[in-house]
Design a protein around this ligand. Sequence first.
Ligand code: RAT
Ligand code: ZN
Length: 413
Amino acid sequence: MDNTASMRQLVHRVVDETPVLDMHTHIYAPAFGSLLLWGVDELITYHYLVAEVFRVAPMPYERFWAMSKREQADYIWKHLFVERSPVSEACRGVLTVLHALGLDTGPRDLAAARKYFASTTVEKFVDTVFTTANVKSVVMTNDPFDDQERPAWLNGHTCDQRFQAALRIDPLLNGWEQAVPRLREWGYEVTGELRERDVEQVRRFLRDWVARMRPRYMAVSLPPSFRFPEDSPRGRLIENCVMPVAREANIPFALMIGVRRNVNPGLQLAADGVGTADITVVDALCRAFPDNRFLVTMLSRENQHELCVAARKHPNLLVFGCWWFLNNPTFIRDMTSQRLELLGLSFVPQHSDARVLDQLIYKWAHSRTIIADVLADKYADLARTGWKITEADIRRDVADLLADNFERFAKRA
Ligand code: RAT
Ligand code: ZN
């Protein structure tokens, strides 16, 4: 295969045809009821777009939140799609979804999109989205402290194999004081002092939820100020509870580092910001716990190069995704090239972070194009040395990037 143009086309085709395992999302299986968000009004009121509408059409926050979902969508549509061109990545995403579903975006007709969604069912739409996005399975974000979600687990919901669990423990690690009374309420006799007895009780809590959810990994998001080792409840909980239970269960611990929560609380879910974190925490964890495995993504662009270097030092570290404010073409291109150059094929280039089912379509369509482009550049460089790349090589490499690297890492003994 020496013709660069046809090689490029082939790489794009293979990337499009390879099913994705999406290792971090916020979508739920239909059995979770109203927790599964879908449809055009959810799509338009995505918190990324809420932040954007307040830039161009501010109003008192309480007034915005008092509106119905449909009114909020009308407001965002008017200001971000009708009165100016929807060029931002989050705006463009809405149009990619509508277009992929066969709707004509030309007339800017929100009523037609609403009609389409009214005529389908959630079960049918899950199939449509998984097929259109070519996603084989997604990992959810499952928080045992969430009052809406916990009952679904306690009542033993029926399982759709396409939706896998991840045990998210932000409330435990980032809010120990508030977690204590809740743990007690559920029968875990903690005092808050985090001595031997508390440690045992928290381990039991984690073990119970691992047994209930059968998660692919445990996960936490962390501020840029996160330090490790650290003499704090969070430091002690990670060392004495999370690490041993993850080892026992043979699952990785995912750290998402660099989020500054509630920078502007009026924006609610859209309130969070970013900060550059200290990479030495990643080295310290990987070094201190060689028998644990770590999945790490970082939110600030400034941390990306040093995160790649950390992954070169620690085989028990798998770098993943272009998280949140980095899930934009500029950064995806830059980060994917950088990772291929420093790590070869040993990373997970992307996760969707989809909160609305429909978003799987655009997040993967946009990322696939860039991943394929960057990979084609690398194959072209190899071809110039006389190295022969076969279609089977490309299929293997792409399957590793889009699914198998995660599968192997999450399963490794
Ligand atoms: O990307 C997002 O939607 C954020 O709001 C967060 O959910 C973030 O991805 C997280 O998992 O904390
Ligand atoms: Zn997320």
